[in-house]
Design a protein around this ligand. Structure first.
Ligand code: PBG
Length: 338
């Protein structure tokens, strides 16, 4: 009997393919695999594992715990880890001198992880903020984060990371021209295989809040000349979409191999536009605040944390991402392997 309710299209019933798990799987467009994940992790200078209060389930890892985590990434099929440093506040200064320390926690963690699991890729942030007492990503002169002098420091930092064995340099500072400067310096040192994933479209976002606790970031925001209140003079304005295409075009022209959009879920429209415009490997960073929102709601019993995690990650694949940088990587990979 043709249904009078949905006439005149009685043959079109989109629910037909949704009726069983097997048919849903058969026609699913986007899939999430462990190989889509980059595991964001924080390393610290001391011993053991220290929980990050605003990111339940995330701990700062000592160098030897980071090496164990690299082995765990290999076991779970996670291709790459992204390491961020927590530095003792007493050792920070205005210039972020420790950023290029060849004996520092980043260099030691990269070496230990490469020894433990050489098959796992390692990505390092190129930016001064974990090392500056003011918490900004660059050098400050007369109340401004100055572009070109900052780039000189970033190049020293990036070269140190590459020499320590880092596979992917990920400049997250948003200075103009830093990708070209890093690429030129790498070529000059014969490090022509070191990859660059630029934080190309990185927004001045409130969603980085918990990260500041995780890495013990210097306190932003007095608005004084020594310490401008926020990062809006270098990170992108959340209202801008067209500008993301200019940022990505420049970074690719300067020698980036891959580009990133950050934060993730609130900026999926940017991901889609970048993928369509450039067809280059495009990643999204599901940042600390996104992680905190989901885990806090789950801890209150307000949503099913595991399902929300997996749904958020498939959304990145559906939008066209090659992969996702996420603190959920080990939990998601375990779920996928289960
Ligand atoms: C540093 C940097 C930040 C993040 C990654 N690299 C913070 C910022 O730019 O203020 C954020 C990561 C997160 O929130 O998970 N340049």
């Amino acid at each position: 009997m043709p249904s009078p309710v949905i006439a005149p299209y009685p043959a079109t019933r989109l629910r037909r393919l949704r009726q069983a798990d097997w048919s849903r799987r058969l026609v699913r467009e986007a899939v999430l695999r462990p190989s889509d994940l980059i595991w964001a992790m924080v390393v610290h200078e001391g011993e053991g594992r220290i929980p990050v209060a605003s990111m339940p389930g995330v701990e700062r890892l000592s160098v030897s715990e980071a090496a164990k985590a690299a082995r765990e990434a290999r076991r779970l099929g996670i291709p790459c880890v992204a390491v961020f440093p927590h530095i003792d506040g007493a050792r920070k200064d205005a210039s972020g001198a420790l950023a290029s320390d060849p004996e520092g926690v980043i260099a030691r963690a990269v070496k230990a992880m490469k020894d433990a699991a050489p098959e796992v890729g390692i990505m390092c942030d190129v930016a001064l903020d974990p090392f500056t007492d003011h918490g900004h990503d660059g050098l400050i002169v007369d109340g401004r984060v100055v572009n070109d002098p900052t780039i000189e420091r970033l190049v020293e930092q990036g070269l140190m990371q590459a020499k320590a064995g880092c596979d992917i340099l990920a400049p997250s500072d948003m200075m103009d021209g830093r990708v070209g400067a890093l690429r030129k310096a790498l070529e000059g040192e014969g490090l022509c295989d070191t990859m660059i994933m630029s934080y190309a479209a990185k927004y001045a976002s409130a969603f980085y809040g918990p990260y500041r606790e995780a890495i013990g970031s210097g306190k932003l925001g007095t608005g004084s000349v020594e310490n401008p209140a926020d990062k809006a003079t270098y990170q992108m304005d959340p209202g801008n979409g067209e500008e993301s295409l200019r940022e990505v075009a420049l970074d690719l022209a300067e020698g980036a191999d891959m580009v990133m959009v950050k934060p993730g879920l609130p900026y999926l429209d940017i991901v889609r536009r970048v993928v369509e415009a450039f067809r280059a490997p495009t990643f999204a960073f599901q940042v600390s605040g996104e992680y905190a929102m989901l885990t806090a709601a789950a801890a209150n019993g307000w949503l099913d944390g595991e399902r929300a995690m997996m749904e958020s990650l498939i959304a990145f694949k559906r939008a066209g991402c090659s992969g996702v940088i996420t603190y959920f990587a080990p939990a998601a990979a375990r779920k996928l392997g289960a």
